[in-house]
Design a protein around this ligand. Structure first.
Ligand code: IMP
Length: 185
């Protein structure tokens, strides 16, 4: 079975990646490689930088995952700053920020970055469109899952299997796996 080395310190991302990529025939192994979080306005730049940094440092093929939630009425905020906002404000304060807003559309995005040592990084973007709920719901998932509504249920109310079928991460990782099949080396 072909192995994919995933540089992440996030056990939730790792679990989801194992399921998503496992279903299409890949084994995922976690790599301990904390890359510097580049300050940039788009996830692609951050992801590509992280993948290259780890691939060159560890001298092996590496996958990374950079994700964010883009809220339309906040002009895409928090987007690439999602981790910072989650850590410093949390979902309750995000909901407070959204009080009185009728446009609650939000896009969840994952950019998978992949790089081989000495090579150019590639990125694969997956998205899912939903809305920001009015309250936190559900005990599954992590991060923004309890406030991201998709077809009447928050991601926090979906088990991994259901979330992975439709999620930003599922879409990005399946795209990556398809590309890898054509370029296996
Ligand atoms: P990062 O990709 O680790 O920088 O994640 C950015 C922020 O989005 C963190 O606060 C994560 O907890 C959150 N996040 C990433 N992926 C997901 C997801 O699939 N569901 C909910 N929150 C997520």
């Amino acid at each position: 079975m072909h192995k994919i080395y995933f540089a992440t310190g996030n056990p939730n991302k790792l679990r989801e990646a194992k399921n998503i990529l496992g279903e299409v025939g890949y084994e995922v192994e976690q790599l301990d490689c904390e890359y510097p979080e580049l300050q940039a306005d788009d996830l692609e730049t951050i992801s590509a930088y992280g993948a290259r940094w780890c691939a060159d440092r560890l001298d092996r093929d590496v996958m990374v995952d950079d994700s964010g939630i883009f809220i339309e009425t906040l002009n895409g905020f928090p987007g690439p700053y999602s981790r910072y906002v989650e850590d410093h404000l949390g979902n309750r304060k995000v909901l407070k920020l959204m009080e009185g807003e009728t446009n609650r559309r939000a896009v969840f995005s994952t950019v998978v970055g992949f790089c081989r040592p000495g090579g150019e990084p590639r990125t694969f973007t997956g998205e899912v469109v939903g809305t920001i709920s009015f309250e936190e719901r559900g005990t599954h998932g992590f991060g923004y899952d309890p406030i991201f509504l998709y077809e009447g249920r928050t991601f926090g109310e979906l088990d991994d299997f259901k979330k992975n079928r439709i999620s930003h991460r599922g879409n990005a990782m399946r795209k990556f796996a398809q590309w890898l099949e054509l370029d296996p080396r």
